[in-house]
Design a protein around this ligand. Structure first.
Ligand SMILES: Cc1cc2nc3c(=O)[nH]c(=O)nc-3n(C[C@H](O)[C@H](O)[C@H](O)COP(=O)(O)O)c2cc1C
Length: 456
């Protein structure tokens, strides 16, 4: 042992240096680990990785279905995902998500789905702060409308203006085109960091047998309309009032298989899917492809391919909530399910306003509606017939005529459900509701899900 104080000083300094170098190495290693973890969070589809947000803006349910398929594909490729309705989010939530895939349908005339009404009004009028957000848009539309993919395009433009950066170009889908959906699916692979499963098909069709077909309007001045009843062959899917049936048309040589959508007019408790179909007559007098087949070509006992699709934006409220059902023509189909979903008594009330052409020939399902009135399932029925001499009014005239009572129903918490054609009816009904209730009230009902539409 030495007692030289200088040597002690040198030895102490060496030990301190050694300890310091150990701490430094530990610090550098820990920092590297943290950086690696941070890198992994950004790129690798392992546990602990930040989830990709899949958001949907859907009116008739296809967009929601594609959003879930997108999420499922990513998740199976090892990427954590979260699914949300875009209307339930705000720009801050989008920004926080970091990466978002949005499936955006267009409705009306280039408009956003109803559930997006508040989002559009509050957030899309001006750019938001979305710097750092990476996104992609799957826009759903139909080229037969003037504003093809109007909302998907507007959303894409707003995201860019807000500083968000596209992961890849917007994919546009014309009338459910499978090729475009496949393109979207391929774009997901780099995002997942792994191949995305190729078996990405819409839900399979089930087989249904035509069990009955009843003309609803014999002798009508309007086009023939029929109530079609289909019984399941094998698998019985579940559905609820407001949902949609998609029927596969007989394949044509060489062409992709087409399908047509109808509002389901019955409930699972009925044991059958019932639809109301009006035969379309073309300018040259020939029947429409799908409606001609369903109302004439198809025989009772024949089988069809049909699948049912959830249509959340036209589901009804709890039975304690009063409902005002408004429609015209075949729109009765979408309203009938809601009426059937009401118990015979003890619900909040159901008021049906419906319009067709002639009182003598077009009081569709009259016996059934009268029975519903007697049993208390329906508490009020008002109909208008546009070809009656001296009348000539459409369903919106009933809103105007009974505006005071309608306000009373709304004050009691009623929901309004509208079903029927876009051009002939829903714009007129919307204007009449605004006149009766005030535009702000109608907007509030729309934004809070108390005014729902299934229009086509
Ligand atoms: C009443 C109605 C209006 C529509 N308007 C448009 C439109 O203006 N532009 C468009 O590209 N597609 C339009 N479409 C087509 C839809 O965007 C298309 O069917 C889409 O696949 C629906 O997706 P969703 O089921 O998620 O709502 C319209 C469809 C309906 C039923």
């Amino acid at each position: 042992m030495t007692s030289d104080p200088v040597r002690w000083l040198w030895a102490g300094a060496a030990v301190a240096l050694w300890l310091l170098s150990i701490a430094a190495v530990a610090f550098v290693r820990a920092r590297a680990r943290r950086r690696a973890a941070a890198r992994a969070q950004g790129f690798v589809g392992e546990t602990g990785v930040e989830a990709v947000l899949v958001a949907f803006a859907s009116q008739t349910g296809l967009g929601e279905q594609l959003a879930w398929m997108t999420a499922d594909a990513l998740s199976r490729a090892g990427t954590p995902v979260r699914v949300a309705a875009l209307g339930d989010l705000d720009p801050a939530a989008l920004k926080t998500a970091g990466r978002v895939l949005i499936v955006a349908a267009t409705t009306g005339e280039g408009d956003a789905p109803d559930s997006l009404s508040r989002f559009v009004r509050r957030h899309m009028a001006a750019p938001a702060d979305l710097a750092g957000l990476r996104y992609a848009v799957l826009a759903l539309g139909d080229r037969s409308y003037a504003q093809f993919c109007g909302f998907g395009r507007a959303l894409d433009a707003w995201l860019r203006r807000s500083g968000a950066e596209p992961l890849f170009d917007r994919v546009e889908v014309d009338d459910g085109d499978a090729g475009a959906v496949r393109h979207w699916q391929h774009q997901l692979a780099p995002l997942a960091g792994a191949p995305v499963a190729a078996d990405w098909a819409p839900a399979a069709f089930d087989r249904w047998r035509l069990a009955g077909r009843t003309r609803l309007n014999p002798g009508s001045p309007g086009g023939g309309a029929w109530l079609l009843a289909f019984e399941p062959v094998g698998h019985v899917p579940d559905w609820q009032a407001g949902d949609i049936a998609e029927i596969g048309l007989p394949p044509l040589d060489g062409a992709a298989r087409a399908s047509r959508e109808y509002s389901v007019a019955s409930l699972p408790a009925d044991g059958r899917v019932e639809l109301i179909v009006r035969r379309v007559v073309r300018d040259d007098g020939s029947p429409g492809l799908a409606s001609g087949w369903l109302t004439d070509g198809l025989a009772v006992g024949d089988e069809v391919d049909m699948r049912l699709r959830t249509n959340r934006s036209f589901h009804g409220p709890e039975t304690e909530t009063p409902i005002v059902l408004i429609g015209a023509g075949t729109g009765l189909a979408g309203l009938r399910g809601h009426l059937r979903a009401r118990p015979e008594g003890g619900h909040g009330g159901a008021w049906l306003m419906w319009g067709e052409r002639s009182r003598a020939h077009d009081a569709w399902l009259d016996a059934e509606l009268q029975a519903a009135l007697s049993s208390g399932r329906l508490t009020r029925l008002d109909r208008v017939f546009s070809r009656e001499p001296g009348d000539g009014r459409y369903v919106q005239a009933l809103i105007e005529e009974h505006a005071g009572e309608l306000r009373g129903w709304i004050d009691r918490g009623a929901s309004v459900l509208v079903c029927g054609s876009l051009e002939g009816m829903s714009t007129g009904v919307h204007a009449a509701l605004e006149a009766a209730l005030g535009a702000d009230r109608v907007l509030e009902l729309l934004e809070t899900g108390r005014y729902r539409r299934d229009v086509y």
